[in-house]
Design a protein around this ligand. Structure first.
Ligand code: APR
Length: 234
């Protein structure tokens, strides 16, 4: 049924979370038993406060994540989404992910709501750096400020340009497909609602139940995203 919706829809927007990248080898955050936040307390490691008061642990955690996104690659599911964009089947992707895999697979219209691990900037003067600095164990700016990934930490606001782009896409969608998100983090989890409120059909593909399942037109649990996308692509 979703495959039909995909071919018939005029404006399809894809919304992805960390579950989109687990088949590339990157852990997600809340999968029962294996998510990152099962081992770490996000408020102590992924917040602006952690950056100021727990800087060694912060850098250690994020250096590992920067190295991971350099070692791992987009999987077939990312490439299918990029192909669908070039075929006109998908108009854009709104992602919570910071791995850059959608762009690496060829997707062009991507809103990175939570920023990217591909860039760093100085917490004090804002100067931008390449993530290679972390690979080379360079953690401080010439001004003395600490270098941090250009991602949104808990307690920080989302980048306005990505937010506005995502808002406009969600309002235009007549088909809104969520792939691999628990939909537990605001304001990102408002976009499926916005799409639905503007008349879109809402599809959720997620291994486990999400907070928005009751509002979806179609929910697919217990299956791997890569297989579902491959099936729709055939
Ligand atoms: N196929 C289908 N679903 C999957 C797969 C897979 N291969 N792998 C994981 N999942 C599902 C998990 O069951 C889980 O419910 O993906 C969901 C991922 O949810 P989270 O780990 O909560 O990730 P996400 O929703 O992206 O988190 C949102 O929280 O910590 C912040 O900034 C971080 O962007 C992140 C935000």
């Amino acid at each position: 049924m979703v495959r039909d919706w995909l071919t018939k829809s005029k404006y399809t927007v894809i919304f992805t979370g960390a579950g989109m990248s687990t088949e590339s080898g990157l852990p997600d955050f809340r999968s029962s038993g294996q998510g990152l936040w099962e081992q770490e307390d996000p408020s102590k490691i992924a917040s602006a406060d952690a950056l100021n008061n727990n800087v060694e642990a912060f850098i250690d955690f994020y250096r590992t994540r920067v190295l991971n996104v350099k070692d791992y690659k987009p999987h077939n599911g990312h490439h299918i989404l990029a192909d669908w964009e070039s075929q006109g089947l998908v108009q854009s992707i709104i992602t919570q992910n910071v791995d850059g895999f959608h762009q690496e697979a060829g997707s062009k219209r991507v809103a990175e709501l939570h920023g990217t691990l591909q860039k760093l900037h100085c917490q004090s003067c804002g100067k931008e750096y390449n993530s290679e600095e972390y690979v080379n164990q360079e953690y401080y700016c010439k001004c003395g400020g600490v270098l941090r990934p250009s991602i949104v930490l808990f307690g920080e606001t989302l980048p306005q340009d990505a937010f506005q782009f995502a808002l406009s896409e969600a309002e235009k969608a007549d088909l809104f497909i969520v792939l691999g998100s628990s939909l537990s983090v605001t304001p990102a989890n408002q976009f499926p609602f916005i799409a639905k409120d503007n008349g879109a059909r809402l599809v959720i593909v997620n291994r486990e139940p999400t907070e928005l399942d009751a509002f979806a037109d179609q929910v697919i649990h217990g299956r791997e995203i890569g297989n579902v996308l491959q099936e729709w692509d055939n």
